[in-house]
Design a binder for this molecule. Structure first.
Ligand code: ATP
Ligand code: MG
Length: 382
């Protein structure tokens, strides 16, 4: 069937009070207000956040692969070499854009400028024949189709009008109880308009992340939301629900919102599990150390020290002396120095001799990724 354009008015929905969608809104609103309360040290948590951002970027860039590909990507990233590989570039673009949102979104209004900036970041350095766009940051000047979709985006001459309407809808002063519904509806409307020639999906996933951070699902209050995971774990499902919303009918739009909010809730709950340190240490960190030892990435003694690091979260040389009673202090200092060089431990603060384990930028990562995978934290299947 030929895709068709079907207009529908952009407006808020009023889900029934007894509906699952209302329950989701209430639950998410509770999570939005809950402060960082987990027992995981913030420094450890931020390392996890970084890993999740990488995973989101990989998911959004549609990298097909298993845990090994992911680990290899991350390890290649450790060497920080410039790359000509478009796929890698695409992931890096997403990562940079997410960092940009984390750092700047508080001072940025949600408007055309922001969308334009995000789109520029998404397609930077990518060829228009592949994942790039010939006019970064600018609305399209031609009509487009969406692959595998029955929806025909509006005529290009209408794009500025529909986008302005979208920004007005976002900025309209409505009760915060509508924020999440708005976010879901805006996500659909954005891709329904398809303002750019290419990169609309990646741009809208970032835009959604930006809206959520603005609404208070942010790192300052301890929560990282991984919206792209919702949309990337199962692409087919994502497209199916977008297709339902294309109808413009209330039921289709409600189904779409329920899908988005249900996914967000799952992602936030995952993060909550990682904030529980007994869980994190037993299921993720200790298995990662074992794995690294098996792979001879670390020595026996280093593994012992890292296990102390996991047990204590913050440790010092005196803890190590207890488990290595036959080593002289100079030798312990040497081993700790070596671990610091390998970036597997870092000082808690500058000029202190208190340390914590570091795993986001060294070869321990492979074990971390493996353990995350085994505990259902990765979108990819083996
Ligand atoms: N039926 C649909 N209605 C509206 N939007 C849709 C529909 N199906 C898919 N889309 C959106 O179109 C996007 C693809 O558009 P485009 O190629 O411009 O984005 P991209 O960022 O290059 O690709 P991708 O999202 O696959 O990474 C999808 O990610 C999705 O957000
Ligand atoms: Mg595309």
């Amino acid at each position: 069937m030929e895709p068709k354009f079907k207009y529908f008015e952009l407006k808020l929905l009023e889900p029934a009070f007894g509906s699952k969608l209302t329950d989701l809104i209430i639950e998410l609103d509770y999570l939005r207000k809950k402060k960082l309360g987990g027992s995981t040290h913030p420094r450890t948590f931020f390392q996890l956040k970084e890993i999740f951002h990488i995973l989101e970027s990989i998911g959004s860039a549609r990298i097909e692969g298993n845990r090994t590909t992911i680990a290899e990507y991350i390890e290649a990233r450790l060497h920080d070499e410039g790359t000509t590989d478009e796929k890698i570039r695409e992931i890096q673009n997403m990562e940079k854009a997410m960092d940009f949102i984390d750092e700047n979104i508080r001072n940025y209004p949600i408007n055309r400028m922001l969308v334009s900036e995000l789109h520029k970041m998404v397609v930077a350095g990518l060829s228009p024949q592949r994942e790039g766009d010939a006019t970064p940051g600018e609305y399209r000047m031609q009509n487009v189709r969406i692959a595998r979709s029955q929806h025909m985006p509006p005529d290009y001459t209408q794009v500025p009008h529909y986008m302005d309407e979208l920004f007005e809808f976002i900025q309209k002063d409505t009760s915060p109880k509508y924020d999440l519904l708005k976010t879901a509806l805006v996500h659909h409307r954005f891709v329904w308009i398809h303002p750019f020639r290419n990169g609309n999906g990646r741009a809208v996933r970032l835009f959604t992340y930006a809206m959520l951070v603005k609404q208070g699902f942010n790192i300052d209050v301890g929560r990282i939301v991984n919206p792209t995971a919702v949309f990337c774990n199962d692409r087919q499902k994502y497209y199916d629900y977008l297709g339902q919303a294309d109808s413009g009918e209330e039921q289709g739009l409600l189904n779409w919102c329920e899908y988005v909010l249900g996914g967000l809730k799952e992602e936030i709950q995952k993060i909550d599990r990682l904030l529980n340190y007994p869980y994190l240490s037993k299921e993720i960190l200790l298995p990662a150390i074992e794995f690294s030892l098996e792979r001879k990435v670390i020595t026996n003694i280093e593994a012992k020290i890292l296990k102390v690091a996991v047990g204590e979260q913050i440790f010092q040389a005196s803890h190590i002396r207890k488990i290595l009673p036959d080593k002289i202090p100079a030798e312990i200092s040497r081993i700790l120095r070596r671990l610091k060089e390998k970036k597997m431990i870092v000082s808690e603060k500058e000029n202190t001799r208190k340390y914590l384990m570091s795993f986001h930028n060294n070869y321990l990562l492979r074990g971390i990724i493996k353990a995350l995978g085994e505990n259902g934290f990765l979108p990819v299947k083996e």
